[in-house]
Design a protein around this ligand. Structure first.
Ligand code: AVJ
Length: 322
């Protein structure tokens, strides 16, 4: 683990990224259905593409959540309390938290992310723009164990998990992850979380098949990344982006589909594909408010407040550890 500290800004690195990518891609392609975990989308290029997805007209979650945060920041402040420590797992570009900082005035802001360079620059940007704020960034895989022993004892931890990233977990795993957030926050701690709602399938379909092809590029970047970082020889032109709503499961599924019969080599491992064979790269579950509240209750949270937009596309929940 490496640590870098300047006044008011601290960075810790706990991420052994590349080795895990190699193991998980080889394991994921060795059994059917073939899978690659979505956390590997977010290398530098993937993080950049994700930010571009958020600006696409079809991708409503980001702008809808931003307007909810802006509209309800005073209510959020009341629920978060006057001495909170804001912890953001999967902080990405640290943009949304800016909507909260001036009003919440947390003692410490703790962004956690798997993409180290992206995290470093985003966290340093926050430290520079909010000189009164202590920023302690930790580069880590948030699905692994995270210890935040440096959080001041008197501060109330408030976990901030925007973007409906909870949708990447299967419901049982979501409960387990939420229970980890409850554990980090501790009794009386808070959780402010964005959840994408179930809705008209056409709206969902378009949000994951934008006309600009950015989501397709984001999906295909997984293969480019394997070629860049591992000794892989994916022919990226021989795979196609596919995203569709699976209404039985209540989730958008993203796949990469082989357009022809081909063999891919990854550092001596061979993987055969027929035309039409899929690599399942992401699930994005959609929840009614009732469904999500039930999951959160199973994880040890008590619901406090739910905000939604007038079209009912997205919901923002504040919960407290029971
Ligand atoms: C970051 C997981 C919330 O599921 O909408 C966007 C990722 N994938 N477009 C989502 C994503 C394709 C996004 N999350």
């Amino acid at each position: 683990m490496t640590k870098t500290a300047i006044a008011g800004y601290m960075f810790s690195n706990e991420s052994p990224e590349s080795a895990d990518f190699y193991r998980e891609i080889v394991d994921g392609l060795s059994t059917l259905p073939r899978t690659i975990p979505p956390k590997y989308f977010y290398d530098e290029e993937g993080s950049r593409l994700f930010e571009s997805i958020c600006e696409q007209p079809e991708y409503y979650p980001t702008r809808t959540e931003i307007s909810l945060l802006e509209k309800h920041v005073d209510d959020i402040r009341v629920l978060a309390g006057s001495d909170c420590c804001l912890v953001e797992p999967g902080s990405g570009s640290c943009e949304k938290v800016r909507l909260l900082l001036d009003t919440l005035r947390p003692t410490v802001y703790v962004p956690l992310d798997i993409s180290c360079e992206h995290l470093k620059s985003a966290a340093a940007g926050i430290a520079a723009d909010y000189p009164w704020l202590d920023v302690h960034a930790v580069c880590t895989d948030i699905t692994s164990e995270v210890s935040l022993s440096f959080i001041p004892a008197q501060a109330t931890p408030v976990m901030f998990y925007p973007g409906s990233s909870i949708g990447n977990f299967d419901p049982e795993d979501a409960v387990e992850f939420l229970a980890c957030l409850a554990q980090i926050a501790g009794r009386g701690g808070g959780l402010l979380i964005g959840v994408d709602r179930k809705k008209d399938h056409e709206i969902l379909q378009q949000a994951y098949n934008d006309a600009g092809g950015v989501t397709a590029a984001f999906n295909l970047n997984l293969l480019e990344r394997a070629n860049r970082e591992l000794d892989a020889d994916f022919n990226v032109d021989a795979f196609e982006h596919f995203a569709s709503y699976n209404s039985a499961a209540g989730r958008i599924e993203m796949h990469l589909i082989s357009t022809r019969k081909q063999t891919v080599n990854i550092d001596g491992h061979c993987f055969d594909f027929n035309a039409g064979d899929s690599i399942h790269t992401e699930n994005s579950y959609k929840y009614t408010d009732e469904e999500f509240t039930t999951l959160a209750e199973q994880a040890g949270f008590t619901p406090c407040e739910i905000w939604s937009d007038s079209d009912g596309l997205f919901s923002l929940h504040f919960l407290r550890v029971s």
